[in-house]
Write a new protein. Structure first.
Length: 164
């Protein structure tokens, strides 16, 4: 089973979540690779059984570079993806707009995970109510999500081998 996670993380919070999701996936499959957006642009994403895409939320939506990445994707009929994000307050339209773009690419999104994260920007007063996030409970929830997304993949496509 080939699983890839693509992660854009500006402050490191989304990457922390990606690492925990990866741990949960590896508990089930023994393998999951993480790469950044630029590396993913050079990969043949059609060879993966499951791909995850994670990013922070900027002004209630995915960042422009993630939106551009999605727009540049080729058609990937029948491919399965999951989405995850970190946000300082409200998730907004992020998953909806990303999923809409995936539908145009003939991709099925089988799961979503969002996590609070410290919205550290120079113009934000600190501390915010998400200072100190993601915390240990949110990191554990991300690991559990990773494990559960593999189980969901197996329920959608039972022919996949769990350990490869």
């Amino acid at each position: 089973m080939k699983i890839l996670m693509i992660c854009f993380s500006q402050t490191g919070n989304t990457r922390k979540i990606a690492d925990c999701i990866q741990q949960g996936i590896v508990e089930q499959t023994n393998h999951c690779h993480i790469c950044d957006l630029e590396t993913a642009r050079q990969k043949d994403l059609s060879i993966y059984d499951l791909v995850g895409l994670g990013c922070p939320v900027f002004y209630y939506q995915e960042p422009y570079n993630v939106r551009d990445f999605l727009a540049e994707l080729p058609l990937l009929p029948g491919k399965l993806w999951f989405l995850f994000c970190s946000h300082g307050s409200i998730i907004g339209n992020t998953f909806h707009s990303m999923t809409s773009e995936f539908k145009r690419k003939e991709v099925t999104v089988i799961g979503y995970h969002d996590t609070y994260a410290d919205a550290w920007l120079p113009f934000y007063p600190h501390p915010t109510y998400t200072s100190g996030h993601p915390d240990e409970h949110e990191l554990k929830a991300a690991r559990i999500f990773g494990s559960e997304i593999v189980k969901k993949l197996m329920s959608v496509d039972p022919a996949k081998e769990m350990r490869s």
